[in-house]
Design a protein around this ligand. Structure first.
Ligand code: ADE
Length: 237
């Protein structure tokens, strides 16, 4: 069975959106992964199709009702469905490449997109929703966040990226940011390609790239450099 993503959202018309384009879109059309977006309102029980209510205890905004969301989750991922149930939320654990790899190795995901002030805590607990954030900023809703997560995950599914687009030497796979890349022309606005890259000396090129990657990571993401050194020490032991 191929990787299957189900998205619960108030805006199913946003999907597949960018996930339907380019390499991921082709893989979707070829059945290498599956995507379905479900309208949460279809699980409302009143004639206004209400999905939210005011926060208990007061305060601004609206909260997604637990009963309606639970009905949707149970319909789409009944007991025995082994896929993780994710809730896109700025309160979540920040998404990283390790979690992305784990998700890509699994059977798929059920993804709930929040809107409004949030989701009733009881349904988060009762259905074991894993809250996932894509960064320390607040979006208007979880839909774009779900697309970000799926784009990162689906490109790692075997057979989705061809050999030409293969992913193993990129930033985060090895915990360093990627070294700078160049291509022709040899001179661009008076700027030359670094000598070493046209030297033909592959050992020298590899060492230069490693140094550049470390220098860039030290400048831009010292947190990553500390992690990568720890990992290297761990491996040497
Ligand atoms: N919904 C709103 N903001 C979000 C974020 N930063 N990550 C995931 N889901 C969100």
């Amino acid at each position: 069975m191929s990787f299957r993503a189900d998205v619960i959202t108030l805006f199913p018309e946003l999907f597949p959106g960018p996930l339907g384009a380019s390499i991921l879109g082709r893989a979707l059309a070829e059945g290498r992964w599956q995507l379905a977006a479900t309208q949460l309102r279809d699980f409302a029980t009143d004639r206004h199709r209400t999905v939210d209510d005011t926060p208990s205890g007061g305060g601004p905004g609206m909260v997604l009702k637990p009963d309606i969301l639970a009905r949707a989750i149970d319909a789409i991922a009944p007991e025995g469905d082994l896929r993780p149930k994710l809730l896109m939320s700025p309160r979540g654990r920040p998404l990283d490449q390790q979690r992305v790899r784990e998700l890509a190795a699994g059977p798929g995901a059920l993804i709930v997109c929040g809107r409004f002030e949030g989701v009733d805590q009881r349904v988060i607990e009762a259905r074991g929703l894993e809250e996932v954030s894509i960064g320390d900023y607040v979006l208007a809703g979880g839909e774009v966040a779900a697309m970000v997560l799926l784009e990162a995950v689906v490109r790692l599914i075997p057979g989705v990226l061809g050999a030409a687009e293969s992913s193993h030497e990129e930033s985060f796979e090895g915990d360093l940011l990627e070294y700078p890349q160049y291509t022709r022309p040899a001179l661009f606005e008076g700027l030359a390609i670094p000598e070493v890259l046209v030297s033909g000396d592959h050992g020298k090129i590899a060492r230069w790239r490693q140094q550049e990657a470390e220098a860039l990571t030290a400048r831009r993401r010292p947190d990553l450099l500390a992690r990568s050194r720890k990992k290297a020490i761990g491996k040497a032991k």
